[in-house]
Design a protein around this ligand. Structure first.
Ligand code: AN0
Ligand code: CP
Length: 328
């Protein structure tokens, strides 16, 4: 693997899920693979999970990991071409990325969207410039439109919990129903997490691993390229009926780009709503706003997988970095 920007960079999705679960069972089996290799983790935005889990994954593979919060600690970057740099930007992305390529064997980049310019965000201009000018393999730590390490960890979590409980024989040959449900938020958030989750779940559905349903209020339709084969409904109750995994996430509007269209009254996930599911387990990528997106009655209960899900970020990152190291 030379790049990890979306599910399309993965040749075999069930195989990478299995690889991640094997790494979880045996984390230090490949410590020689990363010896004397360096991964640079560059954050243009805040992070807790992605930063710590990816660093830990690299260390488990014997790599050196260097981390930079470039938004706070680096020179202000100019990302546009053809501009005279007589403003506040000190350094151009061409030089900054080129230099990172000199120091590292693999680069991880987090770069959120502006949510003001849909065309620019969806062209992945900044992320693609890091790929172009660093000249080394790049892993997405969440780009403007996708968060593939999160989505892989989500799929790992679904597969592992479906296989394990309540009894493997009962579930043999049965596909879990996975529901992505929009939730309220006070801020305009990117579509990256739901785009990416949908893209991975649609692929998992094609592979016969799950059945996938998306529910959201009118106006929050995701870009169609991310949802091939998904069932999409405005009726949350209909979506939740019989659900085995409920993935809760807010996102801002794609069509009315970056806008919060309503306060989302009634869309928060609660224990009461779980009653119509199939003893559904609740997931969220975190960070989560308690009692706004998701009820604390769920977060503090056995129905929540959010901590285990975040734990699986390590194995997702380790499987991806291992795949890239093998191709170096
Ligand atoms: C970000 C988002 O929704 O993309 C990061 C999630 C991993 N969330 C927030 O900004 C709260
Ligand atoms: N889920 C996730 O990516 O969390 P962070 O933003 O804290 O990295």
């Amino acid at each position: 693997m030379k790049l990890f920007t979306s599910v399309h960079d993965v040749a075999n999705v069930p195989a990478i899920v299995k690889e991640a679960l094997d790494l979880k069972a045996n984390p230090f089996a490949h410590q020689e693979l990363g010896k004397n290799k360096t991964i640079g983790l560059i954050f243009l935005n805040p992070s807790l999970r992605t930063r710590l889990s990816t660093q830990k994954a690299a260390l488990n593979l014997g790599m050196n990991a260097i981390v930079m919060n470039i938004d706070k600690e680096g020179w202000a970057l100019e990302t546009r071409d053809g501009v005279v740099m007589n403003g506040t930007a000190v350094e151009h992305i061409r030089e900054a990325a080129g230099v990172m390529g000199e120091y590292c064997d693999i680069l991880g980049i987090r770069s959120f969207p502006s949510l003001t310019d849909k065309e620019e965000d969806y062209s992945e201009d900044i992320f693609n410039k890091f790929i172009k000018y660093s000249g080394i393999p790049v892993v997405s730590l969440e780009s403007a439109t996708r968060h593939p390490l999160q989505s892989l960890a989500d799929l790992i979590t679904i597969v592992e919990h479906w296989q394990a409980a309540p009894s493997p024989s009962e579930r043999a040959g049965v596909r879990p129903k996975v529901v992505l449900t929009w939730a309220p938020h006070v801020k305009a958030l990117p579509q990256a997490v739901p785009n990416s989750f949908a893209e991975w779940m649609c692929k998992a559905q094609q592979e016969g691993m799950i059945d996938f349903v998306i529910t959201h209020p009118e106006g929050y339709e995701l870009a169609e390229q991310f949802t091939p084969g998904a069932k999409i409904t405005y009726n949350q109750d209909e979506a939740l009926t019989g659900a085995d995994f409920i993935y809760v996430k807010n996102w801002s509007s794609y069509h009315d780009y970056g806008k919060v269209l309503s306060d989302g009254e009634g869309w928060m996930m609660t224990q009461e709503k779980l009653k119509i599911t199939n003893k559904g387990k609740v997931m969220h990528c975190l960070p989560v706003r308690r009692d706004l997106e998701l009820g604390s009655d769920i977060l503090d209960s056995e129905d929540s997988l959010v901590i285990k899900e975040a734990g699986n970020r390590v194995w997702a990152a380790q499987a991806v970095i291992k795949g890239i190291l093998e191709g170096l």
